[in-house]
Design a binder for this molecule. Sequence first.
Ligand code: ADP
Ligand code: MG
Length: 263
Amino acid sequence: DASPTTPSPPPDAPSRDDELGPPLVELHGVNKHFGDLHVLRDIDLTVRRGEVLVVIGPSGSGKSTLCRAINRLETIDTGTIAIDGQPLPEEGKELARLRADVGMVFQSFNLFAHKTILDNVTLGPVKVRRTRSAEAKKEALALLDRVGIGNQADKMPAQLSGGQQQRVAIARALAMHPKVMLFDEPTSALDPEMINEVLDVMVALAKEGMTMIVVTHEMGFARKAAHRVVFMADGQIVEEAPPEEFFTNPKSHRAQDFLSKIL
Ligand code: ADP
Ligand code: MG
């Protein structure tokens, strides 16, 4: 029997992109002005299901406006934004429903100061998703456990550290079962020793396959979790590449200049 004795060469390692699903967030020709200021310029961007996209760029380049536009906290002048194939409507009930598909975590934790940690997490599901209170509570406790705050559920936000509050904010967003999570500089208001406890939760979420758009300058996070880095300057997407390639070999002068300042 002439069975081959030399093993066949191993198949090419699959590219990480092969893990990704169909387009989930799609922006086409998006423009936005604040008065004379052209803040988003012809933005075309597609984020696929399961993809982790890091958005990086100088202050004022439009990163927050981009996030807010995707969540319709900000209107756009021209172009389209669709979530899971559904164009975002201007307003109304349909908008509320689609917006609930997009979880958002801000730089400032934005917890309700006069509600307990548990109530902060259950409020959205009960009010918007019409989840029964007992069920919302059970899930909230599980989510708080997952972000390492399980034993703080009855405390008030001010009794928690910044890192803990930001982890509650993540649990609160997850409680809505979003299709995509947006993070706008989630660690930049934190004391340095609390940054990793938040990034660790985000890395875990990424590994579980959550679709994420993350504005951050934390290169460690980008290298560990991102499929792709998008570099913005002056409202434009100037460059995009896998993290390793972007950080070691940025192509544009703007990106080289920016990286030389933050590295
Ligand atoms: P980034 O998050 O990259 O720092 P932003 O999206 O916050 O950038 O802001 C982009 C530009 O738009 C900045 O010049 C900022 O001053 C301006 N801007 C943001 N929000 C508003 C607003 N509500 N009204 C007027 N100008 C704004
Ligand atoms: Mg910003």
